[in-house]
Design a protein around this ligand. Structure first.
Ligand code: BGC
Ligand code: NOJ
Length: 811
């Protein structure tokens, strides 16, 4: 069952009912100021850091779910309703929510009044615009009242929900004209405040939530709205909020619009006050002047769209399959951008107070967005590298506001270092910018102790070389990609953290997966050494890679597939010898991506085992059979109920590794059929089962052992976005940046007759037309560029600004 439809022309998903199976959200914001917005206008805003600069409040485990947000109440006689349905839930005559790229538009009607809310954050602006448009569709004049509501968060989102003995006494606001300023803690150490305004005179306001709602009421029955009279309350402690009352008369057919702005301002210490106890409002007023008219809002909205036109023009496919087209051309790159901006901080599953930026996560995210914003990718790589230690290990996470490593989690996740090589190589392949390798970058976040980025990459590589176990496989440390396979943890008490309990320096437990990563990613470092003229280092590194390849084949394969690991007692994990967890997805994906076992058929066998043992209707599960009981030697994965998360859930992040692996051995039919299984647009029809948004990937779909098979969770912020983009755009459609050009190497279903890709690469436009006259899955017969045949399938780097026609014939 569907709850809406894709509007590809407008690049929107159109939700047709407010009663989606779960709140379906969108993100507003481009760089520093962000908002989450659901299809019923729920959600919140923050500046840069969802924990430390939370601007509006949101209660995660609230009842009803998704209560609180940008609420507008329309009072029409005795009836009160909201354009987004919630919180009053008055039945509407019509409802539509359009989630677009960086904006959401909700349009509803009730009793011949149409109300539309356009919400977005303009480029380079620290504020969210909500334009409310009211139209009288009846033949008589309408006297309406419009009430707005935002609830302020006291800045630190974690403290805001814990420290009530203090918080209930500190809330402060100022009200001037139509602007309500939130200034809690500004009188002491803060240099920032927020404001909420409307571009018209108001008929009243409220800034104390208890006054606006009435002490025992919810958002759905605000006393002020139902009585039709604002109380002009000025918050003094308790819970500050911001609400405007606007009385509106609309003649038949008349439309009026109101521009609300929620903004954030930082003021230099010496300019904080304009009079004793009166905050300096100048910067806020300047921001308000930017968006006080419809024309200004229209222009900013057009600029946002133009920015997306540019971002999406970098990789475009023209293909018969419309679901693939909409994912590749619109939604997948959009999700990649959101994961770049948010990392894993703020979604409807990530509360914004937990994890900062992950070393592993952010490095992998780069693979998906580097072509869109290479400059910011460069900055991100250097930030990540600065949290690395001299020995190549690194902080697992760091805080975006401070860029300092997180001491609570620390380091010891032994896959982390290698992802930095992968991310940097992707950046250089995209841009050709080798200068990044010479950037001096801190170790351990200490600007006094630096090395070049290339030295950091060498440290990453050597961290594996220097940390091997009894079988000469890489030591796993706290965990590798699978955070929940904790082989050195051995926790038996509830409440202990699986990820930080136990030693990070166990010298026995080994990861075959990291071995596969090393063989897959290491060659990029070898290539960088060569290009730097460092022949000896290149040869030495290559020798290490060759050795690891042999080791994986000797100790990391046992019959039909790659083994997952060795535990701290030297026993195999993910092997035919195990009773549960006999086969894991990760090493099958990465080892085959590395090319291990491709020549002698072991890779093929491994992928067939994946198909036969781990694949189901909804994708490939992490491992099989699921663990039925807790195993302290394996850690958190066995703590999840069977079929969920790392205990045999379908982790959408590593399904694309298998898709890519399938393209390595030439099975395009298989690769694409796996692509379709987890692809949101393909799952739209089963939205009632899938439950999360049909336009973005979720981290996990419940696997075949679960109670709720096929149900997705943790939408939006997942490495799944980047990896699926890599799988479809580079491995299946086959247009892949390399150090010296664009490689074209499709691996597609045999019944595809052809498609076109337009790729802007290092400033030149490649119009690539691929035809498949003989119905093959892989292989290229001829490549011509601007009418001339070329050798091989790597398209050269062209001059910026030029356009080139490329014809590729498969066969
Ligand atoms: C989850 C993992 C996640 C980790 C983050 C675990 O409980 O299952 O997917 O990476 O927490 O801390
Ligand atoms: C989510 C984490 O963010 C990611 O780093 C990890 O690889 C997966 N979970 C799998 O455990």
């Amino acid at each position: 069952m569907k709850y809406g439809h894709f509007d590809d022309k407008n690049r929107e998903y159109v939700i047709e009912t407010p009663k989606t199976p779960f709140p379906w959200i969108n993100y507003l914001g481009n760089k520093d100021f962000f908002g989450l917005i659901s299809n019923t206008a729920g959600g919140y805003n923050f500046y840069k850091d969802a924990r430390l600069r939370r601007i509006t409040r949101f209660r995660y485990n609230n009842i009803p779910v998704d209560d609180g947000g940008r609420y507008y109440y329309i009072k029409d006689g005795s009836s009160v309703w909201n354009p987004g349905f919630k919180p009053c839930k008055t039945e509407l005559d019509s409802y539509e929510c359009r989630h677009g790229l960086g904006y959401t538009r909700i349009t509803s009607s009730k009793d011949c009044v149409e109300a539309s809310m356009l919400a977005f954050v303009p480029l380079d602006y620290n504020g969210e615009i909500n334009r409310i448009t009211l139209t009288n569709k009846s033949s008589a004049a309408k006297k309406l009242q419009l009430f707005s509501l935002r609830e302020w968060c006291l800045w630190d989102a974690s403290d805001d929900m814990l420290n009530f003995q203090r918080n209930f006494s500190i809330g402060q606001v100022e009200v001037e004209g139509s602007v309500i300023y939130h200034k809690t803690e500004y009188r002491e150490r803060r240099n920032h405040y927020a404001f909420f305004s409307v571009n018209t005179e108001i008929d009243g306001f409220d800034s104390q939530l208890e006054s606006f709602l009435g002490m025992y009421n919810g958002f759905n029955e605000p006393e002020v709205v139902f009585s039709g009279k604002a109380k002009n309350s000025v918050a003094d402690g308790w819970q500050p909020c911001a609400s405007h009352q606007i009385d509106v008369v609309l003649q038949p057919g008349e439309t009026k619009s109101f521009i609300f702005v929620l903004g954030y301002v930082e003021v230099p210490e010496e300019d904080k006050w304009e009079a004793p106890h009166v905050i300096n409002k100048k910067p806020a007023k300047a921001m308000l002047a930017q968006y006080s008219s419809d024309d200004q809002v229209d222009a900013a909205f057009a600029a946002l769209a133009a920015n997306w036109d540019r971002l999406l023009s970098l990789y475009k496919v023209d293909i018969k399959d419309e679901k693939t087209a909409r994912m590749v051309n619109i939604w997948n790159p959009y999700q990649c951008m959101v994961t770049f901006n948010m990392s894993r901080s703020a979604s409807y599953f990530e509360s914004g107070v937990g994890r900062g930026l992950g070393f592993r996560d952010s490095s992998q995210d780069l693979l998906g967005f580097v072509h869109q914003i290479p400059d910011r990718a460069r900055e991100r790589i250097l930030d990540i590298a600065a949290t690395q230690f001299r020995d190549g290990g690194c902080y697992h996470q760091y805080q975006p506001l401070t860029k300092k490593g997180n001491n609570d989690i620390g380091g010891g996740f032994n896959d982390d270092p290698l992802w930095l090589i992968a991310g940097t190589a992707a950046y250089i392949k995209e841009t050709g910018d080798y200068s990044i390798l010479d950037e001096q970058t801190a170790y351990d976040c200490n600007p006094e102790d630096t090395g070049t980025l290339l030295e950091h990459l060498a440290a990453s590589f050597n961290h594996v070389v220097n940390n091997k176990g009894p079988h000469e496989l890489p030591l796993i440390g706290r965990a590798d990609w699978n955070d929940c396979l904790n082989l050195n943890c051995h926790s038996t008490e509830p409440g202990q953290s699986f990820q930080t309990y136990g030693t990070s320096d166990g010298r026995i437990a080994e990861s075959v997966f990291i071995g596969g990563m090393f063989v897959a990613i290491g060659p990029d470092l070898v290539e960088l050494y060569k290009r730097k003229g460092m022949t000896a280092q290149a040869e030495a590194a290559q020798a290490e890679i060759d050795k690891m390849r042999a080791t994986v084949l000797e100790h990391g394969y046992d019959g039909e597939w790659f083994v997952r690991a060795y535990d701290a007692f030297g026993n195999k994990v993910g092997s035919k010898e195990c009773d549960e967890g006999k086969i894991f997805i990760e090493p099958q994906g990465y080892c085959v991506m590395a090319g291990i076992g491709v020549e002698d058929g072991r890779a093929l066998k491994a992928l067939n085992s994946v198909r036969d043992l781990m694949e189901c209707e909804h994708g490939i599960v992490v491992q099989q059979p699921a663990y039925q009981t807790y195993h302290s030697n394996l850690g958190e994965c066995t703590s999840y109920p069977p079929g969920y998360k790392e205990n045999a859930g379908i982790f959408c992040h590593n399904n694309p590794w298998i898709m890519i692996a399938e393209t390595v051995i030439g099975r395009g039919d298989r690769a694409f059929s796996l692509y379709k299984k987890i692809c949101p647009a393909y799952r739209e029809e089963i939205s009632d089962l899938h439950r999360t948004e049909p336009y973005v990937y979720s981290q996990m779909i419940a696997g075949k052992d679960a109670g709720r098979i096929g149900e997705a969770k943790n939408s939006w912020l997942t490495g799944t976005a980047a990896w699926n983009f890599v799988a479809i755009s580079q491995a299946i459609l086959g247009v892949k940046p390399e150090f010296d050009g664009l490689r074209v190497d499709p691996c597609i279903p045999s019944d595809w007759s052809g498609y076109k890709v337009t790729r802007i690469f290092r400033g030149a436009t490649y119009e690539i037309s691929i035809t498949n006259p003989n119905g093959v899955q892989k292989g290229i017969k001829t490549v011509t560029v601007d009418g001339k045949a070329i050798e091989g399938n790597v398209l050269p780097v062209f001059e910026k600004g030029t356009t080139h026609k490329v014809e590729v014939v498969m066969g």
